[in-house]
Ligand binder design. Sequence first.
Ligand code: FES
Ligand SMILES: [Fe+2]
Length: 455
Amino acid sequence: MLSAENTDLLCRVGRGTPMGDLMRQYWLPVGYSWEYEAEGQPQRVRVLGEDLVVWRTLDGTPAFTQSNCPHRGAGFFFGRTEEEGLRCAYHGWKFDADGQCVDMPNEPAESVFKSKVRITAYKGADYGGVTWIYMGPDQDNPPGIPLFEWGQIPPENVSYAQKIVYECNWMQALEGELDSTHVYFLHRRLNIDDSPRYGLYHNDQRALFHISEKPYGFTYGAERHELDGNVYWRTTQFIFPIYGMFPAQDGVVPLSIYLPVDDYHTVHMGIWWKPAGEMPGNGRPHSALPEEPGTLVPGVGPMKPEQHGRFFAKWWPQAAPDSDFLMDQTAKQRNATGIPTVRLQDSAVIHSMGRIMDRTREHLGTTDVSIIRARRMLLRAATQLREDGTPPPAAEHPEQYNVRSCATVLPPGADWEAELDDWHNCRTTEFPRKLADMQRAFEERTLPSSPSYRR
Ligand code: FES
Ligand SMILES: [Fe+2]
């Protein structure tokens, strides 16, 4: 349970709030770099409750500036990007990427008024195929951009798996990422002899949690017991302030990003990468729905038509509260929810909690320790930043983002952190599945009609 006061402290990110101040210590990912074209149409975004437009200068640098013109309030969305600036459609005032007015064509030529007019402008940059914003107080001295591994490997090894607007607060979405025991309930297939295409299955639904605090947040190992006596480990990272890596399987590492759009909307992006090989597909988000009812596909399905007039206009999904997330009763006879992708199953339950989940009414159990720890660390960091200016975790250490998650089987008694240390810290590209019988056990668990199911 969390008090209403602490829930507000944790969840609200507007300018001047403690968590909003914390978020503004970091570069934040806003979209995929290919979304924003040089000399293209400015696009509406909202980040941490601030309405902005994003556009590119002539040299390709992304610029984030306030959404409306300071002259008479017209939306810059209707303006034009011109050389090194953005020109308002109404009377032609033009601003550069630093927010300075550089042209006022409707004022007398001798006027110096333009030198006195500025707009809010935030630094933008591209890294790893992603466009980032820095909204911190010292725009001239931003920290380094998080050095995630996917920004340091060939682009063919990276899949930009999904982008989607959630109509709820960012924190309940992130909490879902850190919640290991939901995996074999929410995402399960109903018949264990069905193909894994219909959902996940594990015989041990009571994971034991081992949390290890790190400079960037924490890693936890969720321990489950295999029927053959080995131990199945699912490791997850919580990385400040908005990231979770759910367990990597077969050498593919999945990162989830929960960008706070405002207190009631979140942009969820997924980036999957293979340290040692190419990812299938063309790198762009998946948009298919399953052809066979009850099977699951990657991604979040198709988007609605462009939502003109709204922020992140191209990323509003068809599977949303107004469609009950495309739940299908035929599919529900084969998997737990009848909702067509794992990510949409997550989305449905996260939305069903309300726009900001009322945590005064929850009853957390022993398997919710990672959620409790993440809240505690975020609240502590926001409070310390406010009280004495202590930089929050990883804000000034971009190298700390170079980590990975894991899912694998280890012998009983193995030290999961020691065994997985090289993989977790990107020192090897060899997936830690060392013993042949471990590998067999791991694969049998996910294949239909395996001997272990019949026991
Ligand atoms: S409202 Fe933008 S130039 Fe007048
Ligand atoms: Fe999930």
